[in-house]
Ligand binder design. Structure first.
Ligand SMILES: Nc1nc2c(ncn2[C@@H]2O[C@H](COP(=O)(O)OP(=O)(O)OP(=O)(O)O)[C@@H](O)[C@H]2O)c(=O)[nH]1
Ligand SMILES: *[C@@H]1O[C@H](CO)[C@@H](O)[C@H](O)[C@H]1NC(C)=O
Ligand SMILES: [Mg+2]
Length: 411
C-alpha cells in the first residue's frame, strides 16, 4: 500500500514538472501575441511561399523583432498573374461534360483552372449534358468562370444505342463484366459517355464555333501556374493533340479494339500519317496493341482535326464494330490511337509544365527550378511519369526526346 502511494507521488511530481516545462517553453513564444495581425499573416504567407525553414524559425524567436520574420521573396511579382494577359485570343474554349450532380466537383476544377491560368485569358467554357442543366449548376459555374459560359444539351441520337447494336448481347456483356468486377463494366451511361467523348462532343453545335478545346473533368487539380497561352502554343508549334499523363489501358475493356483499328487501317490507308506514333502504340509494328494511351480526362486539342474526314471515318468504323457497347471501349484509347496513327508524331505534345491530378494519378514536373518558377504545390514524389505503369518514357523514346531534369530520382 505504502509503495503505491509513493509511486502515485512520483507520478504527480512528474506531471507537475511537465506542466512547468510546457509553460516555460510556450511562454517563449508569448511575444508573438504582441505582433500585429498583419505581421502574423505575413509570417504565415512567407511560410506558404516557401521561404527557407530558417526564416520560419526566426519568426518564432522571442528575441527577434517582428520585422525580422518577413524576408523578401525572390519570386514575388514575377508572374504578373493579377493582370489580364496582353495580346490576341485564340479561337478556343474549355469544354466539360457533366451531370447536374457533378456541380461541386466541377466547381473545384474550374476554380483551379481559373486561378492557375484562365483569369488572365478569359476563355469561354462550354458545358455539355445529356439532361438539361439546372439553375444551380449554371449559377455556380458562371460565377466561377472569367469567360462566357454556354450550356448545351446533347441530342438524343448522340447519347443512345445505335440501331445496329444488339441490345440483348450488350446486356449480357454488362452482366458478365459486373460479375468480373470490371470498373464501370455494368454501366450503360458510362458507355454512352465514352462513345460521346470519342465521336460527338466536337460536333455539338456549341463546339462548332471553336477551333481549339481544353477538356476539364470534375475534381481535377492544377498544381502550377500556367503563364502562357497553351492554345497559342499548340497553334504556333503545329500541335494537334496533347497530354499530361499516359498509362496502360485495362485490357478487359478493349479486347477487340485493335482488331477494329486494323480493319480501319486496311480500309483507309490514306488516313494513316507518315511518321506517325505507331511505335508508341505497338511493340511489333502494328500487329498487336501494347495498351499505351494518353489519359483523356485532360486534353488540349484541335477540333478541326477531330471533325476531319479522317477522324470521322475512324470513329464510324469503330462504332460499327460495336465495342463501345459489346466491350467497354474508353475514349482515351480511342483518341490516343487516332492521334498516334493519323497525326505525324511531332503533332502530339506532352505538357510537362502543366501539373495535374485526376484520381488516382499525378503529373508533377520533376525539375525543381520549374516547380519554383511556376509556384507549384505538388510533391514531385507523387509524379507518375517515370513509374513502370506510365507510357510517358516510351513517348519520349519514340520521339527521340530528352527526358526532363530530375526524372531519374523519380523512377
Ligand atoms: N452528362 C453526363 N456526364 C457524365 C455522365 N457520366 C460521366 N459524365 C462526365 O463524363 C466525364 C467522365 O466521367 P467520370 O465519371 O469522371 O469518368 P472517369 O474519369 O473514367 O472516372 P472517375 O475516376 O470516376 O473520374 C466527367 O466529366 C463526368 O462528369 C453522364 O451520365 N451524364
Ligand atoms: C473559329 O473556328 C471555327 C471552327 O474552325 C470557325 O468556324 C469560326 O469561324 C472561327 N471563328 C473565328 C472568329 O475565327
Ligand atoms: Mg473523371
Amino acid at each position: 500500500m505504502a509503495g503505491t502511494t509513493k509511486y502515485l507521488r512520483y507520478i504527480v511530481f512528474a506531471f507537475v514538472c511537465l506542466v512547468v516545462i510546457f509553460f516555460i517553453s510556450s511562454s517563449s513564444t508569448v511575444p508573438r501575441d504582441f505582433q500585429s495581425a498583419s505581421d502574423l499573416i505575413k509570417d504565415q504567407s512567407s511560410k506558404w511561399r516557401g521561404s527557407q525553414a530558417d526564416d520560419v524559425k526566426e519568426s518564432t524567436d522571442a528575441a527577434k523583432k517582428p520585422e525580422a520574420s518577413t524576408s523578401p521573396n525572390p519570386h514575388a511579382g514575377k508572374t504578373g498573374l493579377s493582370e489580364t494577359a496582353p495580346g490576341e485570343r485564340m479561337n478556343a474554349t474549355f469544354v466539360t461534360l457533366a451531370r447536374n450532380s457533378d456541380v461541386w466537383e466541377i466547381a473545384r476544377s474550374i476554380r483551379q483552372v481559373e486561378d492557375r491560368f484562365n483569369h488572365r485569358y478569359n476563355y469561354d467554357w462550354v458545358f455539355l449534358n445529356d439532361q438539361p442543366f439546372d439553375d444551380t449548376f449554371k449559377k455556380v459555374t458562371t460565377a466561377l468562370t472569367s469567360g462566357n459560359t454556354k450550356y448545351g444539351e446533347i441530342p438524343k441520337e448522340h447519347w443512345s444505342f445505335p440501331e445496329f447494336i444488339d441490345q440483348e448481347k450488350a446486356q449480357k456483356v454488362r452482366e458478365d463484366m459486373a460479375a468480373r468486377k470490371i470498373i464501370y463494366g455494368d454501366s450503360v451511361s458510362y458507355r454512352h459517355m465514352c462513345r460521346y467523348e470519342s465521336g460527338f462532343f466536337f460536333r455539338h453545335p456549341l463546339m462548332l464555333d471553336y477551333e481549339w478545346y481544353w477538356r476539364v473533368e470534375p475534381s481535377i487539380e492544377l498544381f502550377c501556374d500556367i503563364n502562357y497561352d497553351t492554345f497559342k502554343y499548340m497553334a504556333d508549334n503545329n500541335k494537334k493533340y496533347s497530354f499530361v499523363l499516359s498509362l496502360y489501358e485495362y485490357v478487359e475493356t478493349i479486347p477487340t479494339l485493335w482488331d477494329s483499328v486494323k480493319g480501319f487501317m486496311s480500309k483507309h490507308p490514306e488516313h494513316i500519317a507518315e511518321g506517325n506514333s505507331m511505335a508508341f502504340l505497338s511493340d511489333d509494328d502494328g500487329n498487336t496493341y501494347n495498351h499505351c494511351h494518353f489519359w483523356s480526362n485532360f486534353e488540349i486539342g484541335n477540333l478541326d482535326w477531330l471533325r476531319s474526314q479522317a477522324y470521322i471515318d475512324y470513329f464510324n468504323h469503330l462504332d460499327r464494330d460495336g465495342g463501345f457497347f459489346y466491350e467497354r471501349w474508353g475514349d482515351a484509347p480511342v483518341h490516343s490511337i487516332a492521334a498516334g496513327l493519323m497525326l505525324p508524331k511531332e503533332q502530339i505534345h506532352f505538357f510537362n509544365d502543366i501539373a495535374y491530378y485526376h484520381v488516382p494519378f499525378t503529373h508533377c514536373p520533376t525539375g525543381e527550378q520549374t516547380r519554383l518558377d511556376l509556384k507549384c504545390h505538388c510533391n514531385p514524389k507523387d509524379n507518375f511519369d517515370w513509374n513502370g505503369y506510365s507510357c510517358t518514357a516510351r513517348f519520349f523514346e519514340t520521339n527521340g526526346m530528352q527526358k526532363p531534369e530530375g526524372y531519374e530520382q523519380n523512377q
